[in-house]
Design a protein around this ligand. Sequence first.
Ligand SMILES: *Cc1c(COP(=O)(O)O)cnc(C)c1O
Length: 394
Amino acid sequence: MSDTSQNSDRSQDPPDSGFGFATRAIHVGQDPEAITGAVTVPVFQTSTFAQESVGKHSGYEYARTGNPTRTALETALASLEGASFGVAFASGMAAEDAILRLLEPGDHVVIGNDAYGGTFRLISKIFTKVGITFSSHDLGAPSELAENWPAKTKMVWAETPTNPLLNIVDLEALAAVVHANDARLIADNTFATSYLQQPLHWGADAVVHSTTKYIGGHSDVVGGFVATNDPVIDTHLRFIQNSVGAVPGPWDCYLTLRGVKTLAVRMDRHNSNAARLVELLVNHPAVGTVLYPGLPTHPGHEVAARQMSGFGGMISFRAAGGRDAAMKIIESTRLFTLAESLGAVESLIEHPGVMTHASTAGSPLEVPDDLVRLSVGIEDIDDLVADLEHALDS
Ligand SMILES: *Cc1c(COP(=O)(O)O)cnc(C)c1O
């Protein structure tokens, strides 16, 4: 089938549809279904679509290339990111892989010096095999990158806040440096979500999400998404989506769409719960440095306050007693579940050095071994405070 047929039929809402964020999350791309009036976007569990005559079809031919449940998800998420185009993938890593395929052999990609472990692994273990080089930099200092701009850099890959150190990158300042050097800025917006931060507004060329996290929000589905206003990037992504085929199934799209409807209310609660727990942490003797962009002492606080509309639900901190104390805290909580991942309704606790970021061990991206990461959920705050206090006291 042709690679562009779905493109011509895609009707993305313009970024300025006039409605607020929470309204768009519930309505954009999600009109009642035409035949029955079903209020919820149906799960189109089909692999192919009947054609009226050869080449004459509804806009859908084969479900790798396009599926109406996926179109609804892509349209809604693009609108939330203030983007003209959105492309969904089977996972956040599949979405990253699709963007990185913009690079050609010989190109260089710059990543942050505390990039997400999976991003580091994908670039260092897979993309270097096809002649792409990379280097890691402190993206919190765009002027330093400008002075030490690596030759042949075509792409800069930024996260803000970063995972798991919660460093902040000034996207506007970084975009200016990247564009002055004819490269593209890609922003991983998984931690902040489109509700708290819209990187395209600050100059990013594309935004990537692991929708597995806050957007899905319920720890029941894995997915990825890319938003862009650049038709060249959109065409590339559509081509990769169809050619490589790392597409989300209709049930996954349905679950993600169901999750995103409540993103705004969930994020408000994640924000307020995290802020309360930070108060507990900064005053507790078992806790060393607390990494949270909402703290006025955080080096990125000013930028975060300008660039984000809230500080999010992720907190990292260093255990005052070192690695063993960190392990003890992590294994002593009852409500905070010991697990990888983040961004869902339930609170999670983990040890990045051994768990999510093990792939960075021995590299310049290695994280401290006394680091504890919290994904603060939306439970009753008093219960979360009591649970964490009990674990710290032990
Ligand atoms: C989880 C995560 C990813 C990868 O997404 P998957 O859906 O797990 O493939 C990428 N970036 C960040 C910041 C993440 O937290």
